[in-house]
Design a protein around this ligand. Structure first.
Ligand SMILES: [Zn+2]
Length: 201
């Protein structure tokens, strides 16, 4: 994952953010693509310090830097700004879907952020404030799943194997959340081994 530096100049001193609990996703609500620099100028003209988001994902999947990541943004109200990283995705997802490359880049970016900050909640702007942002066609649930899934695939594929076998054999009947405590996996693994032994006899 690469971040394109934009070297934007901010008005005044940006404040350092002390806590980071969530990632908040926005759309730019623009008709098509827009560079971080343009958004920066819009936000400057509102007499903000500059672009309110920490990152902007362009339609070709390029990730541009907005505010320095460790500073307080201006994107989700004064309370949420204090403990969140704001990411804008270029486009208006009330009327169109984001480009696949944007989703891919966004997932990579959030995974990279989580690697550095620990597990964070992934929210849409509308989860915080009365707004449609990031738009009804923005696949927030898909993004959450992808951020989670890829981690599981990399480090814990064995859990998926166990779940699949346990489901095939009727030990569990619904999808279990892979974040549940390790003891469950151990119990399932032992149960499967027992079942296999019994079936052999
Ligand atoms: Zn928003």
């Amino acid at each position: 994952m690469q971040i394109k530096e934009t070297n934007l100049k901010f008005n005044g001193q940006l404040k350092t953010r002390r806590t980071t609990r969530r990632v908040i996703i926005h759309h730019t609500a623009t008709n098509g693509d827009v560079p971080a620099e343009t958004v920066h100028n819009w936000h400057l003209s509102r007499e903000w310090s500059g672009i309110g988001y920490h990152y902007l994902v362009r339609q070709d999947g390029t990730i541009e830097r907005g505010r320095p990541e460790n500073t307080i943004g201006a994107h989700a109200g004064s309370e949420a700004n204090k403990d969140s990283i704001g990411i804008a995705v270029a486009g208006n997802f009330e009327i169109e879907k984001p480009d696949e490359r944007q989703i891919e880049a966004l997932v990579a970016l959030i995974k990279n952020i989580i690697k550095r900050y620990g597990n964070l909640e992934i929210l849409g702007h509308r989860d915080i404030m009365p707004t449609v942002c990031p738009g009804k066609l923005f696949p927030l649930e898909e993004v959450r799943k992808k951020v989670k899934e890829e981690d599981i695939l990399k480090s814990e594929a064995w859990k998926l194997d166990i779940i699949k076998e346990a489901r095939d054999k009727g030990l569990i009947t619904i999808d279990h959340d892979p974040d549940e405590p390790a003891s469950k996996w151990f119990v399932l693994a032992v149960s499967l081994n027992l079942l296999n032994l019994l079936n052999k006899k």
